[in-house]
Write a protein that binds this ligand. Structure first.
Ligand code: NDP
Ligand code: 2IT
Length: 446
């Protein structure tokens, strides 16, 4: 009965939003958890909250023309999906990657609504970006693109309206160029973006926050089973912002990280990545913007061309690159090799079939909207510091982040407890939903 209703609901979603496969996937995963909850709480059904929550409040699409270093005209498409503002200003990252399209950004904006609600902070959900590929572009070209992108985006954002941040392909460099252009256009120095440089309104710990937060969350899951991070063998995908600081925190807590990857392949270091090797990765990826293959050459370890790291034996997996990077087969291999926990640093990195494999095997599985919420949570802290015109110490920001991750774990436990176990998918979906749904009820038909 419930399955038939879900199918009918999904038929409507697909018909109304054709060619948006990732959006359909994210909605179905969430609706599957929420449907039974709605039956028990008909006030949400009557107000059609689920139907309303999947419809963006506003979608902005725009042309981004810019000149490359050869003086040629280049053209990209820009987007901002303002998904839900029931509990606070729109908040969420910008992704610059050639695969960006409307469906991918709608899935990310949808996930962001629930994630931001879980953080306990007052932030609505949004996502944006462009099909611009920063790879291989000069700093000058990236700046030109960012200036053109912000010239249009600036009409729709503001510190109390919508506060973008980074995501794939958008780090400190891009946030700097975007902020500079916004300030120039509006003649205002405000907290309109997060992930800013420390000298101009950024928060300590923001670069580290997604990775650190993901490890703090996994630490809580392990604690619930009487276990700890220390001594665990970990595999990580990606080698960008999230992967780098997940690695750093795991090293600090005494775990052994054996893999990192990028879109060309993966490195396997049986001796483990230590602080020194991680410094090399930070310089390679954030300054020289090179390929992870160089790590294998430098430290004389295995490089697997065009491979993901899921074949390596591990205790814990941290998918931290992109969506749908763990298939059903990958999940089976991880379980077979003894993996006991998965912390999703990326957004929706596990396919629905992969999630089922993890759940059937009863391993600890933390969905992205809970596990990677530390990034946006610390963005929320950056917004508070900007409003108060002060800045917290590293220790204070880290402690707040840590407490938020503990609170998110508690919300997952509250709504996802099943006997001795916690179903983190159900817990995160319902926990994230309730606060937004109640605010929508309070605010009437908006
Ligand atoms: P970065 O751009 O810093 O790094 C992305 C990493 O993932 C790179 O190593 C990149 O390799 C790899 N990657 C990207 N796309 C693909 C692909 N299609 N196939 C294989 N590898 C790929 O991004 P972040 O670290 O910021 O983001 C990683 C994930 O974490 C994303 O899912 C993002 O949405 C999520 N996230 C990020 C947060 C943040 O605060 N930054 C917060 C919460 C979630 P290459 O260099 O070769 O492209
Ligand atoms: O997916 C995410 O949560 C992010 N990219 C961070 C968003 C933010 O506003 O810090």
């Amino acid at each position: 009965m419930a399955e038939a209703k879900l199918k009918e609901f999904m038929r409507m979603v697909i018909k109304k939003n054709p060619s948006e496969a990732e959006f359909h996937q994210a909605v179905e995963e969430t609706a599957r958890s929420i449907f039974p909850f709605l039956q028990k709480n008909p006030k949400y059904l009557k107000a059609k909250i689920l139907e309303r929550i999947i419809e963006p409040e506003r979608v902005i699409m725009f042309r981004v023309p810019w000149l490359n270093d050869k003086g040629e005209v280049c053209l990209n498409r820009g987007y901002r999906i303002q998904m839900n503002s029931a509990i606070g200003p729109y908040k969420g990252g910008l992704r610059f990657h050639p695969t960006v399209n409307l469906g991918i950004l709608k899935f990310l904006a949808f996930e962001q609504v629930f994630k931001n609600s879980l953080t306990t902070l007052p932030m609505g959900g949004a996502k944006g970006g462009s099909d611009f590929d920063p790879k291989g572009k000069s700093d000058n070209e990236v700046m030109k693109f960012c200036q053109s992108f912000m010239t249009e985006l600036s009409k729709y954002i503001g510190p109390d309206t919508d506060v973008p941040a980074g995501d794939i392909g958008v780090g400190g460099r891009e946030i700097g160029y975007l902020f500079g252009q916004y300030k120039r256009l509006k003649d205002e120095f405000t907290g309109v973006l997060t992930g800013k440089g420390l000298n101009w309104g950024g928060s300590l710990i923001r670069p580290e926050a997604t990775g650190y937060g993901c490890v703090y969350f996994v630490q809580e899951m392990l604690k619930s089973k009487g276990q700890s991070i220390s001594g665990k063998v970990c595999v990580i995908s990606g080698s960008g912002n999230v992967a780098q600081y997940t690695t750093q925190k795991l090293i600090q807590l005494g775990a052994k990280v054996v893999t990192l990857s990028d879109s060309n392949g993966c490195v396997y270091d049986e001796h483990g990545i230590d602080e020194k090797k991680l410094d090399f990765v930070l310089e390679l990826k954030n300054v020289r913007r090179g390929r992870i293959r160089e790590y294998a050459q430098k430290f004389n370890c295995k490089y697997l061309e065009n491979k993901r790291p899921w074949g390596a034996t591990c205790d814990i997996a941290f998918p931290s690159a992109t969506q749908n990077e763990i298939s059903k087969e990958d999940a089976k291999v991880l379980v077979k090799n003894g993996c006991i926990a998965v912390g999703e640093g990326a957004n929706m990195p596990t396919t629905p079939e992969g999630i089922k494999v993890f759940q059937d095997a009863k391993i600890l599985f933390a969905p992205g909207k809970a596990a990677n919420a530390g990034g946006v949570a610390t963005s929320g802290l950056e917004m508070s510091q900007n409003s108060l015109r002060l800045s917290w110490s590293r220790e204070e920001a880290d402690e707040r982040l840590h407490n938020i991750m503990i609170a998110i774990h508690q919300q997952c436990a509250k709504y996802g407890r099943k006997g001795k176990d916690i179903d983190y998918v159900t817990g995160a979906n319902i926990g994230g939903f309730v606060k937004v749904a109640d605010a929508m009820l309070d605010q009437g038909l908006v």
